[in-house]
Write a protein that binds this ligand. Sequence first.
Ligand SMILES: [Zn+2]
Ligand SMILES: [Zn+2]
Length: 256
Amino acid sequence: MAIDLVTRREWGARQPRGAYGRLGSTRGVKVHYTGGHVSPDIVGDHARCVALVRSIQNHHMDGNGWIDVGYSVLVCPHRKVFEGRGPNHLPAANGSGLNSGHYAVLGLVGSTGFTQPTDDVLHGILDAVEYLRDKGGAGDEIKGHRDGYSTDCPGGPLYAWVRRGAPRPGGGPTDPPEPHPSFPGRVLKYPPVMVGEDVRTWQRQMRRRGWDLDVDGLYGEASRDACRAFQREKGLSATGAVNRATWQATWEEPVT
Ligand SMILES: [Zn+2]
Ligand SMILES: [Zn+2]
């Protein structure tokens, strides 16, 4: 499906207050969310998307003092891609010093209300990425705002999707389902530090789910704490030890 672009004229964008910095190419894109409350009603009402994009531009220009909305493009739940600064222009949303490396792609997803990116949001983000590769020399990387910058953005669900390699929803021949590795047969726990490939496998899956955990094959304090928080989130007994039930939940439970 071709990209469904909403031009600046179509969404009633204000004129930028100055000239953009030029970008010949980038290493890729960084994915953002709006944070804050996004009403779930947005899903049934595209007019709300237009209003939200305009309010973000106002906030960036009048609140942050930027010359324009900070994002390269903004993606709504109707798989429409709003033109922000666009390709070949320096964004402002990645954080100081991080804007020339990546274009900034926003998904209209909040931290409360509408928090789970729908398939159309994910497709729209990938449509936008292809557009930025095509027109703006964007490289292969798809990262989250929080990669290299201290922020919750783009939120747990979007970040977990980024970590999984930002697959097209619905899969396909290029996106086979992750095989679910069987329980290694020993409980992973700390102390003392446990070492092994099974630890690494579990850590990698936790990272895919959006947990900030080193994949080092060492089950120490950080792994135990992440495990305990995960167990609490999933209503498992919070032992901080990866038993069979916790191992299976790490692959089978939906990411929230
Ligand atoms: Zn962000
Ligand atoms: Zn929309």
